[in-house]
Design a protein around this ligand. Structure first.
Ligand SMILES: Cc1cc2nc3c(=O)[nH]c(=O)nc-3n(C[C@H](O)[C@H](O)[C@H](O)COP(=O)(O)OP(=O)(O)OC[C@H]3O[C@@H](n4cnc5c(N)ncnc54)[C@H](O)[C@@H]3O)c2cc1C
Length: 472
């Protein structure tokens, strides 16, 4: 079977970076189809004819079977015409590996990363492969911000299409609540703009309906004024205080001010190092009110308290990983609306570390502004959640005991799952069934089916929290 690579872009003009990628593609594939995007409004320098001519000139020296075509949405058309399974990759953070596939085609947007900001209009635009940190970096100098996730190398694409929780979401809403418009290449290869005034139903579906409707080439977000500095850090406790800490968080999480975000995390590292419990904090309100907001979480008497004034951008990078390929991990997650004592007992009793792996239990703090939005206002339908609870195990790649680690996480989760109500599609495990996914969209499911049937009737985009289209 011959391997065909597809490379698309505006090539306005072709750069050394483009040529390097073309050379690399030719080492991997037998044939390369280059699609020059017919999107004149976003290609201000050269006309389509000039861009194609320049590219032909540059590519002439590269050996191999290379075809250059003008296109709109070529990668999608190519996949559809060849009945290929399609994976779309932005940041590549999908826990269940939805952005890659075997015996199919990956539309890799990681060379399609750029951010444009209009501070006066309080808007930011990011292309489909952009990482969160790129947006924060561009907006922070203007003392403007849009709420995204907590790790700067997460993709804007996957995070936003599924919902988007982060350190300032309680104050400004989730990523979907700040999404003003999207440009999507739908399954028929057309580029569709969707906003409150144009294709509003598709705009609704893009805000929580996962990657079901096509490849998003551009996201437009609202910006909010925020000082460059926030008050952030961790309070640490010995593992023996896990119960007290989780009880305290369960009580304080629903009543904390919107400006305060507190993630409880319990971790047992591999080897013989002691485990620890901690509250990871970010406070984005007026500094004068911070002490009052933080007092309840300091009440337990932490062994270490690192909370201090920090640049928001620095906080956003504080949990980044230097080499994301170094570990394998498995995650189970679900939303909780409250944290009863029985849940705390289940969390404590079932938490067992093992020297062969890292064992983590943590919550993302939800609620606040994101919870004051109706469940059917966007496709994301879990506004009741006060926390996204996650149990994770991680082990070195290549470890033959992978199934032992996975089973340990599943066994723990069995005791926690009864306290959850729905799950975050962005944390979905592979074994989740179509029925589970349908139910998880709650009252929004039928509306999503209608949208899916309209924009992707053959289910070309199915590596996501998939909505099955109606049969023709
Ligand atoms: C280390 C880490 C930290 C995280 N922190 C947070 C957090 O703080 N808050 C939070 O809400 N979530 C968080 N998540 C979960 C995260 O939201 C999901 O993993 C999300 O899917 C990542 O998006 P991505 O673009 O990086 O992933 P990818 O693996 O590239 O894509 C994930 C899914 O989205 C689809 N997709 C991606 N981009 C596009 C696009 N442009 N058009 C159409 N479909 C697209 C893919 O096809 C795939 O189905 C975290 C995950 C990790 C691994």
């Amino acid at each position: 079977m011959s391997r065909v690579a597809v490379y698309t872009g505006t090539f306005d003009p072709p750069t050394l970076g483009h040529l390097d990628l073309i050379r690399r593609a030719m080492r991997l594939a037998d044939r390369l189809v280059i699609g020059v995007a017919n999107n004149s409004s976003k290609s201000p320098f050269f006309t389509m004819e000039q861009r194609v001519a320049l590219l032909r000139q540059e590519v002439a020296a590269i050996e191999g079977d290379i075809e250059i075509r003008e296109f709109e949405g070529l990668a999608v058309n190519f996949a559809r015409a060849n009945s290929l399974l399609v994976a779309v990759k932005c940041g590549g953070h999908s826990h269940s590996g939805q952005s890659t596939c075997d015996k199919g085609m990956q539309i890799d947007l990681s060379t399609f990363r750029s951010v444009r900001i209009d501070p006066a209009a309080r808007r930011v635009w990011a292309t489909g492969g952009t990482l969160l940190g790129q947006i924060d970096k561009e907006t922070a100098p203007h003392e403007l911000v849009t709420p995204l996730g907590t790790v700067s190398h997460t993709g804007v694409g996957g995070l936003t299409l599924g919902g988007g929780f982060g350190r300032i979401a309680r104050k400004f809403g989730m990523a979907v609540d700040n999404l003003e418009s999207v440009d999507i290449v739908t399954a028929d290869g057309k580029l569709v703009h969707a906003s409150a005034s144009e294709n509003p139903e598709l705009y609704w579906g893009a805000r929580g309906g996962s990657g079901n409707f096509g490849v998003v080439t551009q996201f437009e977000f609202k910006l909010h004024p925020m000082k460059r500095e926030v008050i952030a850090g961790q309070v640490l406790f010995p593992l023996a205080k896990m119960r007290d800490m989780l009880t305290l968080w369960g009580e304080y999480a629903p009543t904390a001010p919107d400006e305060l975000y507190v993630d409880p995390t319990v971790m047992q590292p591999p080897g013989n190092a002691p485990g620890m419990a901690m509250l990871q904090v970010c406070y984005c309100g007026a500094p004068a009110d911070a002490e009052k907001a933080l007092a309840p979480i300091r009440k337990l008497g932490p062994v270490k308290d690192t909370i201090k004034t920090m640049e928001y951008v620095q906080v956003q990078r504080s949990q980044d990983s230097t080499d994301t390929r170094a570990i394998a991990s498995y995650l189970k997650g679900g939303f909780v609306g409250k944290v009863p004592g029985e849940l705390v007992t289940a969390m404590v009793d079932g938490f067992h570390g093992d020297p062969r792996r890292t064992t983590v239990l943590f919550f993302q703090h939800c609620g606040g502004a994101g919870s004051r939005i109706a469940d059917d206002a966007t496709a994301f339908a879990h506004r009741y959640a006060i926390g996204n609870m996650m149990a994770v195990v991680a082990w070195p790649i290549g470890d033959k005991d992978a199934s032992v680690h996975i089973e340990a996480a599943r066994a723990y989760w069995k005791t926690l799952e009864p306290f959850t109500r729905g799950f975050y599609v962005n944390d979905m495990a592979r074994e989740v069934t179509a029925k589970d996914i349908n139910e998880n969209y709650r009252g929004n499911y039928q509306r999503l089916v209608a949208l899916k049937t309209k924009y992707d009737p053959t289910n070309l985009f199915r590596l996501n929290a998939n909505v099955t289209p109606m049969k023709a």
